[in-house]
Design a protein around this ligand. Structure first.
Ligand SMILES: [Zn+2]
Length: 67
């Protein structure tokens, strides 16, 4: 599996959409756990980084080139 790189402020498109219907989340805090906020309903959730990486479909970098 590829190493997924993302940083603070990036948008993550996840394989599993949030119950509100949005599948895009903004990275709020990065560590061994990552806090992300749903762009649809602004609720935030914290996931272990390893688990989150498995759910990322696409990283949309903030003000950076797409990866
Ligand atoms: Zn949501």
């Amino acid at each position: 599996m590829n190493i997924v790189r993302f940083s603070l402020g990036d948008l993550l498109k996840l394989k599993k959409p949030h119950p509100c219907g949005s599948d895009t989340f903004r990275v709020m805090r990065v560590g061994s756990d990552v806090r992300i906020a749903c762009t649809g309903c602004s609720r935030d959730l914290t996931l272990p980084r390893i688990k989150l990486e498995g759910q990322i479909k696409k990283v949309i970098a903030d003000g950076d080139d797409e990866r």
